[in-house]
Design a protein around this ligand. Structure first.
Ligand code: ADP
Length: 257
């Protein structure tokens, strides 16, 4: 504990008290340590795909005079995937820095939720493995920041693709509840154990045993929760080991038609 202060004198001119502030430097040190750890994780996470792209390009360079073959195609596709990973990591970093400066401004507008969901999911790479099933009211209009809500959904669907590899289907549903609209993204993967669920939306949190096999910064769900909170909505997850997970969020129903 660090103290800054000055003495306070009683009516006899005797200093009988110190007035001032105390600050917990151990907390500050911990915050700095966390920042350093984060920077080193972030650099590592960016370096891994970069190294893979470099290796592919070096190989392409070596075989550039050979007739175009499957190897060329594979190396280009792999590089493209790695670049996409870097892109997503950098987006998370940028969003994170905006959140830190409280610069996440929402641009509200009215849009068709079903249309937005089907459009945004067509951008996710499914590698022809997953079947995406979208259910709900096709005419529901909502008042929210379309771009930010799209960002949340893409994040949840990307996570399902990334962490629920065994899932053959991903279900997205829209429900109109009493005063709110609920969007759920359900996968049929391995699920997440109950004790970990309360931490998933924390900043930098990643499930330990999975973090080695998948790239990420532990920011995606945190960013989603900040976006949803800013809309005065709720976000959560229901999951059962062996049965899969449902990530959901709600938005207040502003009754637009
Ligand atoms: P990141 O993907 O960068 O690790 P997120 O905040 O998006 O960060 O996710 C936090 C953690 O939650 C992930 O590391 C992963 O372990 C777990 N997770 C997220 N979505 C799923 C899912 N659909 N199935 C299983 N685990 C998940």
């Amino acid at each position: 504990i660090q103290a800054h202060g000055r003495p306070r004198y009683n009516k006899n001119g005797v200093a009988d008290r110190m007035v001032g502030m105390t600050s917990d430097i151990t907390e500050k040190k911990l915050a700095e340590q966390r920042k350093d750890d984060f920077l080193s994780v972030a650099s590592h996470e960016l370096k891994t795909p970069l190294t893979a792209v470099k290796a592919s390009i070096q190989l392409l360079n070596r075989i550039k005079d050979h007739p175009y073959s499957e190897i060329h195609t594979r190396l280009i596709e792999q590089s493209d995937k790695e670049i996409e990973k870097m892109h997503m990591l950098i987006d998370d970093l940028l969003n994170m820095s905006r959140l830190g400066q409280d610069q996440l401004m929402l641009e509200y507008g009215v849009f068709n939720l079903y249309e937005m969901l089907s459009k945004s999911c067509s951008h996710v790479r499914f590698e022809n493995k997953y079947q995406l099933i979208l259910k709900g009211d096709e005419n529901l209009m909502v008042y929210a920041d379309e771009h930010r809500i799209e960002q949340v959904v893409v994040n949840l669907v990307n996570n399902a693709v990334k962490y629920a590899k065994d899932s053959e289907e991903i279900h997205i549903s829209i429900e109109s509840l009493e005063n709110e609209i609920k969007v759920s993204v359900r996968d049929f993967g391995n699920g997440i154990s109950e004790s970990l669920l309360p931490h998933l939306f924390d900043r930098y949190y990643r499930v330990e045993h999975m973090s080695k096999s998948y790239s990420g910064l532990g920011l995606g769900l945190y960013i989603c929760s900040e976006i949803i909170k800013k809309h005065s909505g709720k976000i959560g997850v229901d999951s059962k080991l062996g049965e899969g997970s449902t990530f959901w969020f709600t938005l207040p129903d502003k009754k637009v038609s």
